[in-house]
Design a protein around this ligand. Sequence first.
Ligand SMILES: [Zn+2]
Length: 259
Amino acid sequence: MRPASLQERHEFYTREFRTNLIREWFRGWMKPIVFAVVIGRHTKIFPARYRGDRDRTVLIDEYDTLQDLRRYCVEFKPESVYYDRNVYKNWDEARRGPGKIEQLGKSFGQQLAFDIDPENFECPIHGTLEEKMNRRQGLSFCRLELQLAQEQALGLVDELSHSFGELRMVYSGRGFHVHVLDEDAFFWTPKRRLKLARSLSHRGYLMDEWVAGGAMRLIRLPHSLNGLVSRVARPLGRVKVRSFDAVTDPFCLPGFSRS
Ligand SMILES: [Zn+2]
């Protein structure tokens, strides 16, 4: 797993990025959808003309169709593409110029999601997250940690299925995301979200409370390229996930990694 080059990002967003799958993902979503890209913050790979924007989170909120989103991605060749889980009351309120996420209008709801990252797992070879951080390997992970994250994400889906009706699991290229699509969960208060996240943590689930609690509202866009590792973020069905191998599965390999 290695970062994607600019040429590869270009190739992916020109030829492989499927806007019909994006539309499918957001079926039933209350408009507007705000997207965001990070051009080269982690990879330091970026088009020369966007040097000044390399580390920024650039919001994409002025577009008419998903083909415009594709055009932005072809232009920026980002390492990562996200969407905002917040649902905004008022489009005009939300449109306060690109790039200033703090200035977005008031949201009145947020998609509930959980983020399970492999580096949080204690590994018999690489140790705990703290030990990895001390060796400056905090963001790297091994195959075993990835498997532990996958098993836990599956367990979380089972656990949450007692309380929620519509759940989707996504392999993000790094870890796993579990999205709750039930409409009433969109209107949970931050306090209630945090309470659920904490109770899951107490039962041994290692998750990012910033994501579940709502403070981190951006989440990787399914079907986009994770340019840090050259994998496509994909929703995984229940059957698929049992046999899924995050490292080798062609389901998540972009064309440029298959040859
Ligand atoms: Zn390890």
